[in-house]
Design a protein around this ligand. Structure first.
Ligand code: FES
Length: 63
């Protein structure tokens, strides 16, 4: 599933990048070589990133 349609960023790729890079959605997008266009995805992307980092901090939280 795509989180960002404008940049064709898949949720799985966003989760992987969130584990490897610091910062919010715009920073993580930049690490993927992308930048927001319409911005419609940013709220969802922030949620995905936060969720992934929470799971990383406490693997049992994701279970
Ligand atoms: S959907 Fe992500 S910038 Fe448009």
């Amino acid at each position: 599933m795509y989180t960002c349609i404008c940049n064709a960023i898949r949720e799985d790729d966003l989760r992987k990048a969130a584990r490897q890079h610091r910062g919010g959605a715009e920073s993580v997008y930049a690490k993927l070589g992308k930048r927001p266009n319409c911005g419609q995805c940013l709220e969802e992307a922030e949620g995905v990133i936060a969720e992934e980092r929470e799971a990383l901090a406490c693997p049992l939280a994701a279970a």
